[in-house]
Design a protein around this ligand. Structure first.
Ligand SMILES: *[C@@H]1O[C@H](CO)[C@@H](O)[C@H](O)[C@H]1NC(C)=O
Ligand SMILES: *[C@@H]1O[C@H](CO)[C@@H](O)[C@H](O)[C@H]1NC(C)=O
Ligand SMILES: *[C@@H]1O[C@H](CO)[C@@H](O)[C@H](O)[C@H]1NC(C)=O
Ligand SMILES: *[C@@H]1O[C@H](CO)[C@@H](O)[C@H](O)[C@H]1NC(C)=O
Ligand SMILES: *[C@@H]1O[C@H](CO)[C@@H](O)[C@H](O)[C@H]1NC(C)=O
Ligand SMILES: *[C@@H]1O[C@H](CO)[C@@H](O)[C@H](O)[C@H]1NC(C)=O
Length: 376
């Protein structure tokens, strides 16, 4: 595939920013507090779901975690997630999952839960959009855990205000599961699209709530191109040719849904910036770099079929078998996950997350890059 002039320009910028940024001195960050779903979960789902799912939490079984942690630990990848690379860059330890209560949270806590939604659990129950696997862990529940933790971090309102002013908050990605559940239980993309403004308004309220606690730096990631997820491609295996994007092979309608979410989210962030000019509101992008991975896989070392999952048991071009998922007995991973974009069909490999983290910290896929937002 020929690279477009626009692409070359972007990478020129990428390398320039990457080289220039280490010279910038960034403020000390006390702690990171993270909210979201399986893109950020470092172990909460495993704790929450064990009484419900008993021994069938497949993401807590090998080969999950094999690359970096040498075993499963509740992360939905072969290794580190974007939030791990960000913590590392800030000189902080990996964020402990909040639901494993006997660790110290003085340098951060992770409230993210795999499968979590922006909208309330009750919304999904009311609309028959549930299965027993869907756990009550919406953004509001995660914020209530943060509230519960607060007294152990700071005491007076002034004290808390000052403390949180020196912390980094990462709010998301969240919303992807809201849409996934609606579609899974049979809603059309059009029906689902109508709920984007509700999802955005929940995220916006959460941002304001954190600002009212004293937050001065909040990273707000958009959603990723779900139309490129091998699992969704496998579900829609026999769609007609015009259902796919010609350049990427991803499902058009699903990607449109997520682009709509991201456009509306960015617009909302612009409005919030006007209301809270003293707060760094950082929009970060899973979407664009994931598309780059698919358009220019060789550039990133993703030399395997870019739409194929590393871990899976599928007898098809996506390596997905809908009844035999990664983590289940007899399902194994590829030889070298770093040559794949997708780990298990629904989540990315550590190699992909590392590139994404770098583009959020140093640009270009962050507005503004996190390290620029935290400069003196
Ligand atoms: C949990 O799983 C084990 C083994 O699969 C089974 O023997 C046990 O009855 C299950 N417990 C519950 C509460 O479902
Ligand atoms: C955490 O708590 C559990 C249950 O109370 C206990 O078994 C475990 O040893 C504790 N772990 C640490 C690191 O304190
Ligand atoms: C949900 O399912 C129940 C039982 O099948 C049905 O009675 C109810 O009307 C459904 N609700 C909605 C909002 O579809
Ligand atoms: C979900 O969790 C929240 C907070 O813990 C609680 O208030 C609510 O009642 C729960 N909803 C359900 C349906 O269990
Ligand atoms: C796609 O079509 C093939 C051949 O008609 C069929 O065997 C297969 O089950 C279909 N797959 C899905 C996911 O519908
Ligand atoms: C998925 O696995 C089942 C066995 O669990 C097998 O019967 C089926 O053919 C497999 N499907 C694909 C597409 O590999």
């Amino acid at each position: 595939m020929k690279s477009s002039p626009q692409f070359s320009l972007l990478f020129l910028l990428f390398s320039f920013v990457a080289k220039a940024l280490p010279l910038i001195r960034t403020k000390h960050v006390n702690a990171i507090f993270s909210f979201g779903d399986s893109y950020a979960d470092t172990g909460n789902f495993a704790v929450l779901a064990s009484p419900v799912l008993n021994d069938t939490i497949w993401t807590s079984k090998p080969p999950y975690g094999e690359t970096f942690f040498h075993g499963p630990n509740g992360r939905c990848s072969d290794g580190r997630l974007v939030i791990d690379f960000i913590a590392d860059e800030m000189g902080l330890p990996f964020l402990p999952p909040y639901l494993s209560h006997n660790e110290s949270f003085s340098r951060g806590a992770n409230f993210a839960v795999s499968g979590a939604t922006a909208l309330e659990f009750e919304f999904f129950v009311k609309n028959n959009l549930t299965s027993p696997d869907i756990i009550n862990s919406s953004l509001r529940v995660q914020l209530s855990w943060f509230e519960e933790l607060k007294p152990s971090l700071c005491s007076t309102p002034e004290d808390c205000w000052e403390y949180f002013g020196k912390c980094l908050f990462v709010l998301g990605e969240i919303g992807g599961n809201d849409y996934a559940y609606m579609l899974f239980f049979g809603w059309s993309v059009e029906q689902t699209m109508a709920y984007v403004p509700y999802v955005i308004s929940v995220i916006s309220s959460a941002v304001e709530r954190l600002i009212n606690e004293g937050a001065t730096a909040i990273v707000i990631p958009g959603t990723w191109p779900a139309g490129c997820a091998p699992i969704n491609l496998a579900i829609n295996m026999n769609a007609s040719i015009d259902a796919y994007e010609p350049q990427t092979g991803c499902i058009k309608a699903l990607n449109e849904l997520h682009r709509s979410h991201n456009i509306k989210l960015r617009f909302e962030i612009t409005k919030l910036r006007l209301r809270y000019p003293h707060v760094a509101l950082i929009y970060t992008d899973y979407y664009s770099l994931t598309i780059d991975f698919l358009l220019f896989p060789q550039h990133f070392g993703f030399i395997r079929a870019p739409l194929m999952a590393c871990c899976g048991n599928g007898n098809n071009q996506y390596n997905i078998n809908l009844t035999e998922a990664c983590g289940m007995p007899g399902v194994s991973a590829c030889q070298d996950p770093s040559t794949y974009v997708s780990w298990d069909g629904a989540h990315m490999t550590e190699a992909a997350y590392r590139y994404i983290a770098s583009s959020w910290l140093r640009g270009p896929y962050a507005d503004p890059p996190i390290l620029l937002a935290l400069r003196y």
